[in-house]
Design a protein around this ligand. Structure first.
Ligand SMILES: Nc1ncnc2c1ncn2[C@@H]1O[C@H](COP(=O)(O)OP(=O)(O)O)[C@@H](O)[C@H]1O
Ligand SMILES: [Mg+2]
Length: 580
């Protein structure tokens, strides 16, 4: 076997490991398959004595017993089969459920970098459709190996017991089937991988268009999106069709090759019977076993194909699971308790990919100070503040909190020191109260209400149908932008962190709601070290220090008046907005 197959086997072993906790289900299922397989053998075996008695014409009692015997045999076989199916498939389902949970967990632990490198739809399709594909594979493989394997084995015993020479004639051709079977399996595996990628493309389109439906409708671009989807869907079909082609091929090829064996057996065995050197009943028993054995062998071959397909899917899934989170606790990281709130950037350089986005930023924020970050879009403001939360780590230099590198804290402890409010007002499909509680999971109702009051959200919350218990529904469609933003601010107030980051928190709002939100923000900023990124410079004139970032470098720093006097970039930006 080639190296590719060895890797496949390793992947498959890992997959099978997930079924270990459910071993007793598998044992019961295996007992069931022993029953099924054993009875297949028994049936073929019994053809001989039964026929012998019938042909001898003496034992008429057998005609009374035979029908009952047959019915009992099939009833037992059905029971065994059901037991086998139920326990095997439930074990497979449970195992795959664990895979899916692990995959989701791995996803959740990966850093923002990973999410910006992968499209949401692709990630979704891995959790949903790749895992389902694995499930079909694992289920059918375990079932196949046990049930069809045992059936095939017991029938083979009968075949060889009846006449090993005839058996050899019929099986001399079997080795010939190995090569095509392997080749087909390999292709199926590759196609499965590619097919799943196509499925990811589809999921991406769905994700994009369903969440951007408003824009699509506004521009009347439904037909364009429909066509785009059709095209991708057709591509997916082409992959599936190739898959169907290979899978459909495997049975006919197999049957064709084995037909040579059957032909040989009929020729040799049949002529033996005619010449009287072999008993007819023995020959029938042999033929019965041989006809019966083809079904399980065919299924075993399908099992092999299924296994290849689930390996293809599993590879993708395990790839994600093996992805190392970039942002992890340093070995000596500790819980340093609540920070006083000093933040320092010391010679910070940072790049996402190739180009430096921040170059040598030095900046100190003392406890309780308000630092405003301004400058042209793309200047690196958002990037700079996302280093405080360790969404990314600096490429060079460091970020300090209370004089110690933030990497000395555990990520959990670090994030407890920071509240973030940005332009994206993410609310979850839950009650208003619980959405605010994201800031502090164990907050009491009174604390939630106090935070809502401070965020100027209490009044509009009371006007909602069920007040604080109102469910926001998907993406909070019934709330205005300003209301959503005030809920996010309430969340941040409730968190009561010493350090606050406001990234364009008001830029999506109209002037009226901006005033409300600004007041709420003032409440929030009170007594906290605050980094505020603002599009409208009017909102940051009172900042202790204004930092002007351009092309990843600090080009100016000072208070409002000093910067105006400086007559640099800030003064120009200010002049532009003032005129407008
Ligand atoms: N996730 C990312 N991956 C790669 N490049 C990014 C990413 N986010 C931002 N950038 C780039 O970094 C630069 C600074 O962006 P950003 O910090 O968002 O600027 P600002 O907030 O000042 O508008 C831009 O050139 C932007 O294209
Ligand atoms: Mg930004």
């Amino acid at each position: 076997m080639s190296a590719v197959d060895e890797k496949g086997i390793a992947v498959f072993k890992r997959l099978i490991r997930y079924s270990r906790p459910y071993w007793w289900r598998i044992v019961i299922a295996a007992i069931g398959s022993l029953g099924v397989g054993g009875m297949d053998g028994a049936f073929a075996y019994l053809v001989e004595p039964v026929l012998r008695k019938i042909f001898s014409g003496k034992d008429t009692g057998i005609f009374v017993l035979l029908p009952f015997g047959i019915i009992t045999l099939f009833a037992l076989r059905g029971l065994c089969r059901y037991t086998n199916d139920y326990f095997m498939r439930s074990a497979g389902q449970l195992a795959v459920q664990d895979v899916r949970n692990d995959l989701y967990e791995s996803n959740m632990r990966l850093g923002l970098g990973y999410f910006s490198r992968h499209e949401t739809g692709t990630l979704m399709s891995r959790v949903l459709s790749d895992v389902s594909l694995m499930q079909e594979g694992v289920g059918s493989v375990i079932t196949g190996l046990f049930r069809d394997g045992i059936s095939a084995l017991s029938l083979l015993c009968v075949i060889f017991y009846r006449d090993w020479r005839l058996a050899l004639i019929s099986f001399i051709v079997i080795p010939l089937t190995v090569l095509p079977a392997q080749e087909i399996g390999k292709r199926i595996k590759r196609l499965a991988r590619q097919g799943q990628e196509k499925m990811g493309d589809l999921a991406n389109i769905l994700q994009e268009t369903f969440s951007g439906i408003k824009v699509i409708k506004a521009f009347g671009l439904e037909q364009r999106e429909i066509d785009r989807f059709r095209k991708r869907n057709l591509e997916f079909y082409f992959f599936t069709r190739k898959n169907i082609k290979y899978e459909g091929l495997s049975t006919p090829i197999m049957e064709f090759i084995t037909s040579f064996g059957i032909a040989g057996v009929i020729y040799v065995g049949g002529s033996n019977v005619m010449h009287g050197t072999r008993s007819a009943s023995e020959f029938f028993s042999f033929i019965t076993a041989m006809v019966l054995v083809f079904n399980p062998i065919k299924k075993l071959l399908q099992t092999y194909n299924n296994m290849q397909r689930s390996i293809g899917a599993a590879e993708r899934v395990f790839e994600v699971m093996d992805e190392k989170p970039e942002i992890v606790d340093a070995p000596d990281a500790r819980d340093l308790g609540r920070a006083r709130g000093e933040v320092e950037f010391r010679d910070v350089h940072f790049k996402y990919d190739n180009d430096y986005v921040l170059q040598g930023v030095n900046l100190v924020a003392k406890r309780g100070e308000v630092i405003a970050l301004v400058g042209p879009s793309g200047g690196g403001k958002t990037t700079l503040v996302s280093l405080i939360t360790r969404f990314y780590d600096p490429t060079q230099g460091g970020v300090l909190m209370d004089g110690a590198d933030i990497r000395q804290r555990t990520v959990k402890n670090l994030l407890e020191q920071i509240a973030l409010v940005d332009q994206e007002t993410i609310l979850f499909n839950d009650t208003i109260a619980n959405n605010i509680r994201y800031g502090k999971i164990d907050a009491t109702d009174a604390e939630v209400e106090a935070a809502a009051r401070a965020a100027f959200a209490h009044d509009f919350i009371l006007e909602l149908p069920e007040g604080y218990e109102t469910n926001i529904g998907d993406r909070g469609v019934r709330l205005s932008g300003g209301q959503r933003q005030r809920l996010c601010i309430a969340r941040a107030i409730l968190k009561d962190a010493p350090i606050l980051i406001l990234d364009e928190a008001t830029s999506a709002l109209d002037t009226e709601s901006e005033q409300m939100v600004q007041q709420a923000l003032n409440n929030l900023m009170h007594n906290r070290t605050t980094f505020v990124i603002a599009h409208r410079l009017s909102t940051i004139t009172h900042a202790d220090r204004i930092v002007v970032l351009e092309k990843g470098m600090v080009v100016e720093m000072g208070n409002h008046q000093a910067l105006l006097d400086n007559d640099g970039l800030y003064s120009r930006l200010h002049g532009m907005q003032f005129k407008a």
